[in-house]
Design a protein around this ligand. Structure first.
Ligand SMILES: Nc1ncnc2c1ncn2[C@@H]1O[C@H](COP(=O)(O)OP(=O)(O)O)[C@@H](O)[C@H]1O
Ligand SMILES: [Mg+2]
Length: 310
């Protein structure tokens, strides 16, 4: 388990991370979701023992990151933000060095290094120095280093940052494969990543925890959840007819769709489908909306901004 208690970091009188309290169980891929400057990296640096908290603490499988830091760190693989250190080393040398610091020697070290080179497809750059690699390769070298000892906890700061779409898919697959018996914490500002990868998401802004739920439950908070959208050539005509339905609340036209929000009465999807059929509109598509992550995110962060201003 990871358990944090009022984890806080200040820089002067600026509070970067503000009393975060949460716990995470094995088998979880937890996403820290938040805009730039939200405090995601600072939180990760504290969890991994790279930055002391100003107050509060965290336990990694029972080891306090402040008083038992070495034992805590041994359980963690960490992908820091940015490029790996030791840019002047070759990929192979860097990974051998990482294996050494993790206590692997001889054959075992070589086997570990070869395994991660293979898993992250680094074979073609193994003799190249890290500083000469593209951003995507640098990121994967950092990931290789993080998973080398197969630790029970992985803290990955923006693991897919700088990767092309294929590499993103590959890294997401790798994370999913490792997920069942580990705790994996990733940070991201990409909304779709949370939906694609995480079993749980925490929305963080201004160092504060604003929401903590499954991606599906967060999506259900979207005003689009259970709305019905329709693609048809005459959007205006459809919109005015649809707004007459008992089941319909607001109606909006956006991006070539007319979207009807539920009034709370009756079955909106059935009512919309029935009206479309009765009116003989040429309908290209009717869909029940699952909710939109960007909408949830905007609502939750704006709500907090309003509360702060009040
Ligand atoms: N060493 C530092 N000194 C002063 N402020 C810092 C320092 N490191 C981070 N910050 C500030 O703390 C806030 C959170 O940063 P960070 O944790 O990197 O956010 P995120 O990873 O969510 O983008 C930002 O406003 C950042 O400018
Ligand atoms: Mg960051």
């Amino acid at each position: 388990m990871i358990e944090t208690r009022e984890l806080t970091r200040r820089y002067g009188d600026f509070t970067a991370v503000d009393r975060l309290t949460f716990s995470v169980e094995p088998g979880t891929v937890l996403g820290f979701l938040g805009p730039n400057g939200a405090g995601k990296s600072t939180t990760m640096k504290m969890l991994t023992g790279f930055l002391p908290p100003t107050s509060g603490t965290a336990m990694i499988h029972g080891h306090d990151i402040r008083s038992d830091s070495l034992a805590a760190r041994r359980l963690i693989g960490y992908l820091p933000e940015g490029a790996p250190l030791y840019g002047e080393l070759s990929v192979l040398r860097f990974l051998e060095f990482a294996a050494g610091t993790r206590g692997f020697q001889g054959r075992e070290a070589i086997a570990r290094v070869e395994q991660v080179i293979d898993r992250l497809e680094l074979g073609e750059v193994r003799h190249q120095t890290i500083e000469t690699l593209s951003k995507g390769f640098k990121r994967r070298v950092g990931l290789a280093q993080a998973i080398l000892s197969d630790p029970p906890v992985l803290i990955l700061d923006e693991p897919t940052d700088g990767l092309d779409p294929n590499q993103k898919q590959q890294v997401r697959r790798l994370i999913r494969d490792m997920a069942p018996d580990k705790i994996i914490v990733i940070s991201t500002h990409i909304l779709e990543e949370v939906d694609a990868l995480c079993s749980r998401a925490m929305i963080i802004a201004h160092g504060r925890l604003l929401a903590d739920d499954t991606p599906a439950a967060l999506l259900a908070r979207s005003r689009y959840a259970r709305a019905v959208s329709l693609a048809t050539p005459d959007l205006q005509a459809a919109a005015s007819a649809l707004s007459g339905l008992d089941e319909a609340g607001e109606v909006e036209i956006r991006r070539g769709l007319v979207t009807v929000f539920p009034s709370g009465k009756g079955d909106l999807f059935r009512a919309v489908s029935a009206l479309a059929e009765q009116s003989a509109w040429p309908v290209e598509r009717v869909q029940l909306e699952a909710g939109r992550m960007d909408d949830v995110f905007r609502t939750i962060t704006q709500q907090t901004a309003r509360e702060e201003a009040a």
